[in-house]
Ligand binder design. Sequence first.
Ligand SMILES: [Zn+2]
Ligand SMILES: [Zn+2]
Length: 326
Amino acid sequence: MSISIDERVTDEVEALQAILMDDVKIKMVDGVPEIIETIVHPSTGDNTDQQFVCVTLEVKLTPGYPEKSPEVFLRNPRGLDDDILDEIKKQVKQKLEECLGQPVVFELIGLIRENLTESNLPSGQCVICLYGFAEGDVFIKTQCYHYFHSRCLASHLIAGKENYEEEVEKLPHWQKISAPPYQQTCPVCRSNVQCDVDALKTAPPSVDSISAPPFRLTAELKALQLKMAALLAQQVAKGGVVGVGDTGPPPLTITTPADHDAAANGSSSSAEGAKAAAIVAPRPAPPPAASASDAAAAEPTRRVPYRGFNRRGKPGRRGRGAGAAR
Ligand SMILES: [Zn+2]
Ligand SMILES: [Zn+2]
């Protein structure tokens, strides 16, 4: 290595790697450590199930560090509201000033961890029921650090599975047998999750949902309804809404060639067992490459992959929002 690196920096990086191991990422540029990144969690001993918040700390070592302060970024905060984040940022700034001239990354990690430990409670609301988290609530943190009332998440996952099964049921046999098994996903970020729905659904409903006053359609809500209806009409007019209303053809319809012929003849009977099912897509699609063995190649129906299924692994979810999260 020809470039001389400050010994304090090499020592710090080595110590970080020795202590945090895989939990720290060091980005090197021309043999010089430039970015140190680590996810900071609250201290909960070995009990990672009880960590409801976290944040990614990114430290960019400026030339001249540690005589000059590094640039510090807090990314991907989970379970932290803006007030807490602002407070942490304020303390980080202070710490950088205090520690000028000495390595500061461990100090920053400690400071952030302390704050996270104090704020180790979900803030904000459960996106499923839109109520907050109150004392006495039973809630769960997913592997992706999103949290929900346990019972809400159970309802969401049960509804998601039912919806999946319903949609699979509508598929032709050949697609049905190759359909991937249902996979639970987080209603916020769609990461795969693994939850014990039976255990979750035994949890009580959220405290705030029980004590909330009954729903009333206020003048304010009526005004909002009108505003949203106008917005929807505008989107429909522009063709930006998929799968809404029952006027016109459904946006994505699975048919067999026989269905196509039947539809062309004004009949709606369907033929079972047709091998080559086709999709009538709402938008024109380029014609597929003709295959010699494909008897249906001359068939006028556009044949495109069932994109709603293959791309998302979930049939029929196109434009329908996030199930029970709505
Ligand atoms: Zn909830
Ligand atoms: Zn998530």
